[in-house]
Design a protein around this ligand. Structure first.
Ligand SMILES: Cc1cc2nc3c(=O)[nH]c(=O)nc-3n(C[C@H](O)[C@H](O)[C@H](O)COP(=O)(O)O)c2cc1C
Length: 427
């Protein structure tokens, strides 16, 4: 059958291309009174640190500043993981797989970000993870971090490998919630002394880290020849030309040493393998439980049965953690292990999680999956490297504003209202 073409344009006036088009918009010169209100020059920020920090909108931005501001070996020590860095990568990928399930038409005018951690209030479901050699990242080191913890109202954990002493940290931020992280030395007496000092200095909780029987293979450190304290080699001297302020600060402030070790010269791996006790077992947990009267947190749990075991032996909280991917490579991914651990011990102990937390939305996801709070390591260290105490504050401000916004967009008005139904993990 033949179809007849119908001309739908019949009756529509067509433009004659030989005639000039009639303009649709009449143009004129703008008046000064109209231009003036549009002229809003940005205030000039004369302080270079403030300028850098205010331009950083995400933790990734702070990381980029940190990378420029610190010698390569120092940045890599902070940023890197063990071996192929697969554990680290997977931790971040797990957060990327989160798909939130927002609910609408709920009043989110006011959002309550507070929670309790170990039975005491925390302004955010966040704590600063213990990190060694913090004064190497920036000369203000642990003092800067604990002060931000104090001002924000979140706990701060000082590492056994800290570069500021237990007592100095306590003096720097007397009102902060302070936890002391213990590595058990071969010399048990030395460990016991640290525990007693932490108790005497008013530390609230003890964290026992259990995922370091031996040092992980952090290949970036080996390639960079990182030693503690940094060695003056041709490479580091050349580096000083590109990061002069880092070196000036290192050499003109108190010497960079381990505050809880008499003296050490060598690599991090050598230190760990020589000083740490690989024969540590759960029996030592009972010993520690007797010597420490406050809450005891076990950090580095990666298996449901281990979570049960440490809680059976007196742990008040566990941190599901693979040490930020710095120990066993291809370790279980903390966010993925979290729900099973919460299911197994959540009625008897608090479950915290860390590894790869780089945004407030990550914190929301972890809490929705049952974590009481997240520990963050690199996120605040990037801030510290980017701008000392102000940089750590910037990191917290970024995380907290992302957390609030994510809750509002999710239709949830408080951290306590988060539940597993708030998200799903894409395959
Ligand atoms: C530079 C650096 C040093 C660390 N030092 C320690 C330490 O001394 N003791 C410890 O228990 N964990 C240590 N960790 C692991 C953190 O406590 C935490 O588990 C990890 O950083 C979490 O991953 P994230 O950095 O992706 O947040 C360190 C992590 C980093 C990045």
């Amino acid at each position: 059958m033949r179809r007849t073409a119908v001309d739908h344009s019949a009756g529509i006036a067509r433009h004659d291309p030989t005639k000039p088009a009639r303009p649709t918009t009449a143009r004129r010169l703008p008046r000064w009174s109209e231009l003036q209100p549009l002229l809003r020059p940005r205030p000039v920020q004369l302080d270079p640190t403030q300028r850098r920090l205010s331009r950083a909108l995400t933790i990734a931005d702070l990381r980029a500043v940190a990378k420029r501001r610190t010698p390569r070996a120092v940045f890599d020590y902070t940023d890197g993981g063990a071996e192929t860095e697969t554990s680290l990568r997977r931790a971040r990928e797990a957060f990327a797989r989160v798909e939130f399930q927002p609910r609408v038409l709920r009043d989110v005018t006011v959002v309550d970000t507070t929670t309790t951690v170990l039975g005491r209030p925390a302004a955010l479901p966040l704590a600063f993870a213990p990190t060694g050699f913090t004064r190497m990242m920036h000369h203000q080191g642990e003092r800067a971090v604990v002060r931000v913890a104090e001002g924000t109202g979140i706990p701060y954990a000082l590492s056994t490998l800290g570069t500021t002493s237990i007592e100095e940290v306590a003096v720097a931020a007397p009102a902060a919630r302070k936890w002391f992280q213990l590595y058990v030395w071969r010399d048990r007496g030395a460990g016991k002394e640290l525990v007693e000092r932490a108790q005497a200095a008013g530390y609230e909780a003890l964290i026992l880290t259990v995922d370091v029987p031996v040092a992980g293979a952090r290949l970036r450190d080996v390639r960079n020849g990182l030693t503690i304290p940094p060695s003056l080699t041709l490479g580091t001297v050349l580096d000083a030309a590109t990061h002069p302020w880092w070196w000036v600060n290192l050499l003109t402030t108190e010497p960079l040493v381990f505050a809880s070790l008499s003296s050490w010269e060598g690599t991090v791996a050598e230190l760990i393998n020589q000083m740490f006790d690989p024969s540590l077992t759960v029996r030592d947990l009972s010993w520690l439980r007797e010597s420490w009267s406050g809450p005891l947190i076990v950090k580095g749990v990666q298996h449901v049965e281990d979570a049960r075991m440490v809680v059976d032996h007196g742990a008040d909280a566990v941190v599901v953690s693979n040490h930020g991917g710095r120990q066993l490579d291809r370790a279980p991914t903390p966010l993925e292990v979290l729900p099973a651990v919460v299911e197994a011990v959540g009625d008897r102990a608090e479950v915290l999680v860390d590894g790869g937390v780089q945004s407030g939305a990550d914190v929301v996801a972890a809490v929705a999956l049952g974590a009481r709070a997240c520990l963050v390591g690199r996120a605040y260290l990037y801030g510290l490297m980017a701008g000392g105490e102000r940089g750590v504050q910037r990191a917290v401000d970024i995380l907290s504003s992302e957390l609030v916004r994510t809750l509002q967009l999710l239709g949830v008005d408080s951290v306590r209202g988060l539940e597993p139904a708030c998200l799903r993990l894409r395959p």
